[in-house]
Design a protein. Structure first.
Lengths: 345, 332
């Protein structure tokens, strides 16, 4: 069973029909759109809470990248796992996280996913298979490979989907981890969310190859680059990579080219990119606008349907912020809790 | 289970512990560079590859960071990895995974996950391997909440502490002194553990307490024996665990002897001896002190290649004797 329900059986379809419209039902695809709305509202709510002084610290917003998280995760099955990264709110939402607990974590409350100890960069939910975000660029990649190693050792059917950014592909951890995953044919998919910049440095100025997926040749594994703002293209490429991983053929690199509308983090003044560039991505290449248009084209939705989903997403986020505000803060006396595992004496 | 003791080397005692753990628990595996057919750089893994096969005794590429990270992820996903780093110096290549990931995962994630990872590393000088293969870095790791740091000093401790580390739900860093690998000592057959929170009084005495770690335990014992000829009765404590430190055993000893000396191979400045000294000064044992605390540690330089310089860079028995005599007789 796919995370968003059964793949639709549509029989014969025209070859030019995008992948997701061939394989997923109207309800499943509207649920994907709903999750995109929730991600965007979540990020906007987080930004707004920060500006109003309700949240401290920093955060990395994924506005503009919603098609990557949702398109990739919709291809997974129930027991599959994900490894997220510092720009991970969208991954969590797409994977079905409870936005109340996510916001509570932002607010540093005990009802948060990490009981207020982790904040924006460390949301995880092991029970559901979300192995967590990570504050170290590339830090999660070897861990994801280890998770896949455990899956293979225990002869489970799971696949691990490992998100990382274009910045992380230049870390040594990436090379060491991908080499081992390829060497041992581990059930993992390396999903590069290429948003064009590692903080301020563009991919062209940081990577020796035009596409991050070109790195795949060096490990003898498949690598593909797709339009990361197109849900269907992302889902199609990831689906193929997931099947390959599940059937024991090993890992692949799927590069999804996208763009973050906001700065790297809250301190970013956007000196390294032009207003024209940012506006072009916002106005002409927004992944949500695009998916709405495609849904309409295929008769899967209308402005009224979309508006209803938007309203529902907004209400969900408003409720999550209220939940977070009203939750309890951790006790200062418990500051050293969770450093070690509590053991029965 | 038989508990009859035999004479085994420190290296074979460690191998026996790994074998027992792998027999008892299918989730335990050993991973590291050259741990397979080669038997490990110091022949610790030996024939484990023949007994457990390449799926559980896994030779990694030369990739300490990736290997450590792989073990962290496997540990989070229900496995119990033993990661052998060929020399403890190379742990510096894996620091992100040990310090930022393994040590902090449970805390950052609000108790959501444990990382039952054991990292085994040959440490220390004395093999002529020079500055990048001879360090004692345990204090670095002992400074990190979330890690446990142990330094077995005998074959008995090596086996029992490794089995305890494998039972522990949290990451444990095991520093094995490479000069101890060939040391022979009594080791019970079968399964037993040495608790990871207790120092051990290895020689009782009333005139002076020496707290030593790893190979320095043996040097301190040798010094203590020699000083009996001068009528000195020295207590020697094997620290065994740098984090969590067993403060009480040291405090009780200092209250009895009123004199404290710390001996470790790692560089003296900001070392574990400094922590022990400060801990005693903050404790009720401070009022019992009859003399300033003395610390012996590595000199303030990387380990040199030349054998005489190498020896001079870490505490040796004559230096311990001299310092202990002065401290016990009130020269200092």
């Amino acid at each position: 069973m796919a995370r968003n329900g059964h793949a639709a059986d549509k029989g014969e379809v025209a070859a030019n029909v995008p992948f997701v419209f061939q394989h997923y039902s109207r309800d499943e695809l509207l649920d994907v759109l709903y999750k995109m709305y929730v991600i965007r509202r979540f990020e906007e709510g987080a930004e707004n809470s920060y500006m109003r002084g309700l949240i401290h610290g920093t955060m990395h917003l994924s506005i503009g990248q919603e098609a990557v998280a949702t398109g990739a995760i919709m291809t997974l099955q129930e027991n599959d796992q994900i490894m997220s990264n510092h720009r991970g709110h969208g991954h969590c939402v797409a994977f079905g996280a409870d936005v109340n607990r996510m916001f509570a974590e932002f607010f540093g409350k005990v009802t948060g996913y990490c009981k207020g100890r982790g904040g924006s960069m460390h949301i995880a939910d092991f029970k559901s298979g979300n192995l967590g975000a990570n504050g170290i660029v590339g830090g999660g990649i070897p861990i994801a490979v280890g998770a896949a190693f455990a899956v293979k050792s225990k002869k489970e059917e799971k696949v691990v989907l490992c998100f990382f950014g274009d910045g992380a592909n230049n870390e040594g951890a990436f090379h060491e981890a991908v080499n081992m995953a390829a060497l041992w044919k581990l059930p993992i998919v390396f999903l590069c969310e290429n948003n064009g910049y590692g903080l301020s440095v563009s991919v062209a100025r940081a990577s020796s190859v035009p596409n991050i997926s070109d790195r795949a040749k060096g490990y003898g594994i498949p690598g593909v680059t797709v339009d990361g703002n197109c849900v269907s293209d992302v889902a199609e490429a990831v689906s193929e990579a997931v099947e390959r991983a599940r059937s024991g053929e090993g890992p692949s690199i799927v590069e999804c080219k996208t763009y973050r509308h906001r700065g790297h983090s809250k301190s970013d003044r956007n000196r390294y990119r032009t207003k024209e560039e940012i506006d072009d991505w916002i106005k002409n290449r927004d992944p949500i606008d695009r998916f709405e248009m495609e849904l309409k084209q295929h008769g899967f939705g209308s402005d009224e349907v979309f508006e209803e989903l938007r309203q529902r997403a907004s209400a969900t986020i408003d409720g999550a912020i209220e939940f977070a505000k009203n939750s309890e803060s951790p006790s200062i006396a418990d500051v050293s809790q969770y450093v070690y595992t509590e053991q029965a004496q | 289970m038989t508990q009859e003791a035999r004479e085994l080397s420190y290296a074979i005692a460690i191998r026996e512990a790994m074998g027992l753990a792998m027999e008892a628990d299918p989730t335990v595996f050993l991973m590291g560079e050259d741990v397979g057919v080669y038997g490990g750089a110091f022949q610790v893994s030996g024939d484990l590859i023949d007994r457990f096969g390449p799926e559980r005794v896994i030779e990694t590429p030369i990739a300490e960071l990736g290997g450590a990270g792989l073990c962290v992820g496997a540990a989070m996903n229900g496995m119990k990895p033993i990661f052998e780093i060929q020399f403890s110096d190379f742990a510096t290549l894996a620091l992100d995974q040990i310090v930022n990931q393994a040590a902090k995962a449970r805390f950052m994630l609000g108790g959501e996950v444990s990382v039952p990872l054991v990292v085994r590393m040959p440490a220390g000088s004395g093999t002529g391997a020079a500055a990048q293969h001879s360090q004692s870095l345990e204090a670095w790791f002992a400074h990190v909440p979330g890690l446990k740091v142990v330094q077995p000093s005998t074959p008995y401790e090596a086996k029992g502490m490794l089995l305890a580390a494998l039972e522990d739900p949290d990451p444990v860093m095991v520093f094995e002194h490479k000069l101890l690998y060939k040391m022979v000592g009594e080791v019970p057959e079968g399964y037993y553990t040495v608790p990871l929170d207790k120092a051990k009084v290895v020689r009782e005495g009333k005139d002076l307490t020496i707290v030593a770690s790893s190979i320095m335990v043996h040097k301190a014992l040798e010094a203590a024996e020699k000083l009996t000829e001068e009528g000195l009765d020295i207590e020697v404590i094997d620290l065994r665990i740098a984090r969590p430190m067993d403060k009480q055993t040291i405090i009780e000893s200092v209250k009895k002897t009123s004199r404290l000396m710390c001996v470790h191979e790692a560089v003296k400045t900001l070392g574990i001896g400094a922590e022990i000294s400060a801990m005693i000064c903050e404790s009720e044992a401070f009022d019992y002190l009859d003399a300033p605390i003395v610390r012996l540690g590595g000199t303030e330089n990387p380990i040199p290649y030349n054998p005489e310089l190498e020896k001079a860079s870490v505490p040796q028995v004559p230096g311990i004797i001299e310092a202990a005599r002065d401290l016990a007789k009130g020269v200092r």
